[in-house]
Design a protein around this ligand. Structure first.
Ligand code: ADP
Length: 405
């Protein structure tokens, strides 16, 4: 048995969920994965899979809060002999959504870090409190274990001021910490690197446009491994059309809804974050259902799809201009990895930019990174599955290893 521990537990605490994975960093394999959903409701559910022996267990019934959720997860892990008390556990890696400008890389958590994450709650009111509870509970269960925060915003802190600032009075912006932070950074970092690997090149030599299209969606322009622009801003509301978020709109729409529509700020917040995007346009936010409706001749779904694609195409063009030279466009996350019609439509008509997909390659389903552009294409188009948990575990383990040397 090796002397130093090699396992990392990754915790991803959402506003009402807790996802976790236990990885062995010797070979990046999963030992256990699971999810607690609907935390705080009567119908909470914990689903735990012991990957090594394929055993899956489910618990149904109320789980009051994130603390109770993590304790239940720790018990499940213990039942498989993988408990938090295991000497094999090297660290816990926490996904933390908002790290502001302060956190540019994975960070070993201490009281000062917790205070700073807490200070960022006003700009991430849904996420950072859940992340903090996850960290504090984990600390109480294994006080001496290194805990590492991996921030969704960190990868984007390399954006130049010209991309990160809104065109408003900098004094007002700075007073209220208003700037473009970007999110999904762990995914953009992982996918841009994996894309370089797929091309057989060093990330430092490759310019990539990453399109992370899940329920939330964002694009980024990555120049030689460094993010130079991304589509989400102060919050995840800016940018692409998403499952339930509007993405870009004229800010005056908000004043108009207030003054003319008589809506309150909270109502508009809910409208734009939870009842807009694909869902707001056609009543569905699942791309599978939207495509089924489009194929059946549904005009409402077709318009929603067209608006989604139009915005996506505009961002591809914009980031092409930002980068000047593009080596690859990479599609990732639920929609990007699975929806061939989205990929086809997003690059249709962009042959002048050197962009095209090969219909046959695009139709092939697969798990791994793959090229879907025609042989010899100037700009490669790729499908690169994201793996945020692996990226968090890798960054966490690298930091702990470095510190123990
Ligand atoms: P998130 O992590 O943001 O919740 P995911 O990256 O898991 O989202 O993506 C979820 C979305 O992916 C679903 O809402 C659905 O629109 C889309 N999706 C998943 N599978 C498919 C598929 N086979 N075909 C088309 N779209 C899919």
């Amino acid at each position: 048995m090796s002397s130093s521990p090699t396992r990392v537990l990754v915790l991803n605490s959402g506003s009402s969920s807790l996802k976790y994975q236990l990885l062995d960093m010797r070979d990046s394999s999963r030992l256990a994965v699971g999810l607690v959903e609907r935390i705080g409701e009567q119908t909470s559910r914990l689903k735990h899979t012991h990957v090594t022996n394929g055993d899956t267990r489910e618990q149904n019934g109320p789980i009051a809060d994130h603390e109770a959720a993590l304790k239940a997860v720790a018990e499940e892990l213990s039942r498989d002999g993988l408990g938090l008390d295991s000497p094999e556990l090297a660290a816990i890696g926490h996904r933390v959504v908002h790290g502001g400008m302060f956190f540019t890389e994975p960070t070993l958590i201490d009281d000062q870090v917790l205070t700073e994450v807490e200070r960022l709650i006003p700009v991430a009111p849904l996420h950072n409190p859940a992340n903090l509870t996850g960290i504090r509970t984990a600390q109480s269960l294994r006080p001496e274990l290194p805990q590492v925060a991996v921030f969704d915003t960190a990868f984007h802190t390399t954006m130049p001021e010209s991309a990160a600032r809104y065109a408003i009075d900098p004094k007002i912006a700075d007073r209220h910490r208003i700037r473009r932070y970007g999110f999904h950074g762990t995914s953009h970092a992982y996918v841009s690197r994996e894309t370089a690997r797929l091309l057989g090149k060093d990330p430092a030599d490759v310019n990539v446009i990453v399109l992370h299209l899940g329920n939330g969606a964002s694009a980024s322009a990555v120049e030689g491994g460094r993010c130079v622009d991304t589509s989400m801003g102060l919050t995840p509301l800016e940018g692409l059309v998403m499952g339930t978020r509007s993405g870009d709109l004229d800010p005056a729409v908000i004043f108009h809804l207030e003054r003319v529509g008589g809506m309150s700020t909270d109502e508009i917040d809910t409208l734009l974050n939870k009842r807009s995007g694909l869902f707001g346009l056609c009543g569905d936010n699942d791309m599978r259902e939207i495509r089924r409706r489009v194929d059946a001749g549904d005009e409402e779904a077709k318009l929603a799809f067209d608006i989604y694609i139009h915005r996506l195409k505009k961002y591809i063009g914009a980031y092409y201009a930002v980068l000047g030279r593009v080596d690859a466009v990479a599609f990732t996350a639920g929609v990007g990895e699975n929806a061939a019609p989205v990929r086809e439509a997003a690059v249709a008509g962009l042959e002048g930019l050197g962009l095209a997909v090969d219909a046959e390659l695009n139709a092939v389903r697969g798990d791994g990174p793959r090229l879907i552009s025609p042989e010899g294409a100037r700009v490669k188009v790729a499908v690169v599955p994201t793996d945020e948990e692996l990226e968090i575990a890798t960054q966490t383990y690298a930091l702990v290893e470095k510190n123990s040397r």
